[in-house]
Design a protein around this ligand. Sequence first.
Ligand code: F6R
Length: 242
Amino acid sequence: AEVVVVADQDAAGALVAGAIVSLIRSKPDAVLGLATGSTPLATYRALAARIASDGLDVRGVRGFALDEYVGLPAGHPESYRAVITREVVEPLGLTPELVRVPNGDPAGIEHAGADYEAAITTAGGIDLQILGIGRTGHIGFNEPGSSLASLTRVKTLTEPTRVDNARFFDSPDEVPMHCITQGIGTILRARHLVLLAFGEAKAHAVAAAVEGPVSANQPGSAIQLHPHTTVIVDESAASQLD
Ligand code: F6R
């Protein structure tokens, strides 16, 4: 992977926004892979600003979120559907019907993964996939032990991930036990992976992803199997790289 060390999250956001703007200029119906969580927020902010200042027409841009919680009440503000609407679709001015999130409704969950895979295939695949990484090394919600060939499916969240994500909920008990996530195999099919990580807490996961052995125990290490990956980190997240 190409590793770029930047001063801060805003510098990373500007870089990624620039890459996405170029992509949309050459392909107005580009397909973006969208991460949630804190890491990509500076990118979405920078992208919204660039779209506005450049007057870029993004009405044809399509999107696929990485993952969703299973079983949150419909319309819950921390469902990734709600987060993607609030942080991405609205500020960027995307067309809501063109941005998909895996369906975390327990009714019909048994075919939600296959439906999502089919939708990505029908869209012609993801052009640029934005990724964060968890302390545990997860990408999407593919926790350690996930098959490197896995496709979109239901997974159980690990305890450290539930604890990390409790900050978005009123109480830790409210964090769902399950999620539906693009698999590592799904992620690897995207044409360009952009993995972002900031802060000391991510340093181990970043080093394992970039330099460690490729292993299902460090899902982030799957990026080494991809021919076009850009890793953008700040100094702290880069601190355990050789
Ligand atoms: C989010 C996702 C996760 C996060 C990761 C880091 O859609 O799939 O892999 O990217 O948990 O989360 P933050 O960015 O909140 O530190």
